[in-house]
Design a protein around this ligand. Structure first.
Ligand SMILES: [Zn+2]
Length: 167
């Protein structure tokens, strides 16, 4: 193999890797945008707040009492759906979707959902019972600061307290 040929192969391989990585990054950014449009700081936090209700379909129960139905694979063509009551959401699900697991009803899946809270500082949604939150000691920290879990993170709580002191 000549040096020139070797260089070309190497570059081609590198281009392919880069393209796949770029596409993954674009997709990740779009999913983060989706999360942000639903008032979640990251896609991961959106996913943790949601329950899978059918194939590629998730729901969550937001702090403002709105049920959101979203899909990670179809969000490019389809906006998330918003339901102000559980009944119409159930009706929609029964009409359009098959259950992921037989024997588990849509009602029982929805019952698994915790209603989110909205951070008093950044207004992002957060799950007050998120195990990660408890694991990181955020709950304990906020309680010690005299705040009853109204902030998504110690950072928001501290910033809010700091700004209050400035006034
Ligand atoms: Zn916050």
């Amino acid at each position: 193999m000549s040096t020139a040929e070797h260089d070309i192969d190497w570059e081609t391989a590198l281009d392919e890797v880069d393209l796949a990585q770029v596409l993954a990054e674009v997709d990740g950014a779009l999913l983060d945008n989706l999360a942000e449009s639903l008032r979640f700081p990251t896609y991961e936090s959106l996913l943790r707040a949601s329950v899978q209700i059918a194939e590629e379909v998730y729901t969550l129960y937001r702090s403002d009492g709105v049920w959101v139905m979203w899909s990670p694979s179809r969000y490019k063509e389809e906006d998330p759906l918003f339901f102000y009551f559980q009944e119409p959401l159930l009706e929609h699900l029964h009409t359009h979707y098959e259950l992921v697991e037989e024997g588990i009803s849509f009602v029982s899946l929805l019952a698994e959902l915790t209603q989110m809270k909205a951070c008093m500082y950044c207004h992002m949604e957060f799950d007050p019972f998120d195990p990660l939150r408890i694991e990181l000691g955020i709950e304990r920290f906020l309680r010690e600061e005299g705040d009853d879990s109204e902030y998504c993170s110690p950072k928001c709580a501290m910033t809010a307290i700091y700004e209050e002191m400035q006034d």
